[in-house]
Ligand binder design. Structure first.
Ligand code: NDP
Length: 498
């Protein structure tokens, strides 16, 4: 039976998951759907492959990962075209996404041995007769569940770091972007053909749920907060550790001494790149009173210039057709509660596209301010001062990233944001900084990808002590005497009792 294709909505046909372009309906990929047995078999095979991969040693893993990086870099155009077809994202946005992913593969490959490898740590006086050793050993098999909005960058943020740490990976890509996920797997197999170290299982949410229950040693999830809670509940059954990168509602604060042209430029890009379908996208702006009007005017002027359409446009289609209803509801709610559209509005929603929309005077209890919109829309709110801006920015249960524009107080304001990340005088920059950890607080999840923390996320700390001399103050033996215990008390009082 042949199903009717709604552009962008994946369908299952004869056991195959078929993904299509949200703009044109053109078929992008056709991948076999995994049943629970297939997921279990993939994890079993990955366990053997992981032992082999870990046994290769860090130098050989680094060599292979750098070859993968080179291959990704050489094929940017091909991969960007596939990302564009399957998710609708403009090719230029896809290129930027892939470039960022390449940077992360490079950094993870080059730094894994330094961050995770065996090293001596200092002993303290109390146990000076023992040396202390620390290393981070691979978990074994890491399950990675990814979203559709950045189908290269988000999985690679976990996959590259997990592989560099010596794990095998089983990826469950979003049902909207399975072909991109499989492309990543196939390209890795070109540089590691010996064993299925990095594989994918395809299907709908039930395949992700099966992966959670498959006996993987750690599960790295990127997606919505609602699904993150289901993933954590499923993983709790077997105490499988989880890393959760969930949704956000990131704010930008514009202070009185900000460069308004730079702020408006970063704001429009941060809010509207990838048609606003960005977990760390700017969805709310708090601009202080003295600069509010000028800032809004500049944002409207810039956002109004963006082109919307399928090819070579600034703003592409909304990837998930059902999201169009959410975006429409948020705009309607903002206007019904007294907000004003200074650009766009309800008529901006023209499936599969949403034209840039800027809303002002929207009350803080509107869903347009409180919930993730995931469209090229923005609320800009007038605040008295930076304190009020911080208070409002921090009022939601999400806490992923954020941005601050200003001079004197900007870094101090960024530090006060209740978020895992912030960019000062730019937007989203922290995502591309491979040396920095990426992750959220509250309903945006926990755990970190990228940077040293991101590598450690995929290794188990293994602590080893080694005796190097006889104990001067024997205490952890039944051979101790009352005099030994008394000497211990004396020593501790001398060291710590003052
Ligand atoms: P979803 O939560 O809908 O899906 C994420 C992944 O989970 C998909 O692969 C999905 O499969 C899978 N899944 C669905 N149900 C289950 C289940 N019960 N058990 C296990 N896995 C399941 O998110 P979206 O794909 O819609 O992605 C958009 C969201 O991701 C936004 O909220 C965005 O903010 C967030 N995000 C967060 C990032 C971060 O780093 N913090 C980065 C990028 C996005 P299927 O698609 O087949 O349903």
């Amino acid at each position: 039976m042949t199903a009717v294709h709604v552009p962008g909505t994946p369908v299952i046909e004869d056991g195959l998951l078929v993904s299509t372009s949200p703009a044109t309906g053109a078929e992008a990929g056709r991948l076999p759907v995994a049943g629970p047995q297939d997921v279990a078999a993939a994890v079993r095979r990955a366990r053997e492959a992981g032992a082999w991969w870990s046994g290769l040693g860090s130098a050989e893993r680094r060599r292979r990962l750098l070859r993968w990086r080179a291959l990704l870099a050489r094929r940017i155009d091909t991969l960007a075209e596939l990302v564009h077809t399957e998710g609708g994202k403009p090719v230029a946005d896809a290129v930027v996404e892939i470039v960022t992913a390449v940077e992360h593969v490079d950094w993870a490959a080059r730094n894994a041995a330094r961050v995770l490898g065996p090293r001596r740590v200092r002993s303290r006086l109390i146990l000076a007769e023992h040396s202390a050793h620390l290393e981070y050993q691979p978990y074994g098999v890491v399950g990675v569940i990814g979203p559709w909005n950045y189908p290269v960058f988000t999985p690679i943020g976990s996959v590259a770091y997990a592989l560099a740490a010596g794990n095998a990976v089983v990826l469950k890509p979003s049902e909207y972007t399975p072909a991109v996920g499989q492309w990543l797997v196939d390209s890795f197999a070109e540089v590691v053909p010996e064993q299925p170290v990095f594989t994918a299982v395809h299907g709908l949410g039930d395949v992700g749920a099966a992966l959670c229950r498959s006996g993987v040693d750690k599960l790295a999830f990127t997606g919505s907060t609602a699904t993150a809670k289901k993933v954590m509940a499923a993983c709790a059954e077997s105490l499988t550790p989880v890393l959760l990168e969930a949704g956000g509602k990131d704010a930008m604060i514009v202070d009185s001494d900000a460069d308004l042209d730079a702020a408006a430029e970063a704001c429009v890009w941060g809010a509207m790149t990838n048609a606003g379908q960005t977990c760390i996208g700017i969805e709310r702006v708090y601009a202080v009173e003295p600069v509010f009007d000028a800032f809004v005017a500049k944002v409207v002027q810039r956002a109004g210039r963006l082109t919307v359409g399928a090819d070579d446009s600034d703003v592409g289609p909304i990837t998930m057709p059902s999201q169009l209803d959410v975006i429409r509801r948020h705009i309607d709610d903002a206007l019904a509660r007294g907000g004003r559209a200074v650009l766009g509005g309800p008529e901006a929603v023209r499936p599969p596209y949403v034209h840039p929309t800027v809303l002002v005077d929207v009350p803080e209890d509107s869903v347009a301010v409180r919930e993730e919109t995931f469209g090229p829309t923005l609320t800009v709110t007038r605040v008295r001062d930076a304190d009020e801006a911080v208070r409002r920015a921090n009022a939601l249960s999400y806490g992923l990233g954020g941005s601050v524009f200003g001079r004197r107080q900007a870094v101090a304001i960024a530090r006060r944001l209740r978020s895992g990340m912030a960019s000062v005088n730019s937007a989203l920059t922290f995502a591309g900084m491979s040396t920095l950890p990426f992750g959220g607080v509250g309903e945006s999840g926990f755990g970190r990808i990228h940077g040293e923390d991101g590598l450690r996320e995929f290794g188990r700390a293994k602590a080893i002590t080694r005796r190097r001399a006889r104990s001067l103050l024997p205490s952890t033996t039944f051979d101790r005497t009352p005099a030994d215990v008394a000497r211990l008390v004396k020593a501790v009082r001398a060291m710590y009792g003052r």
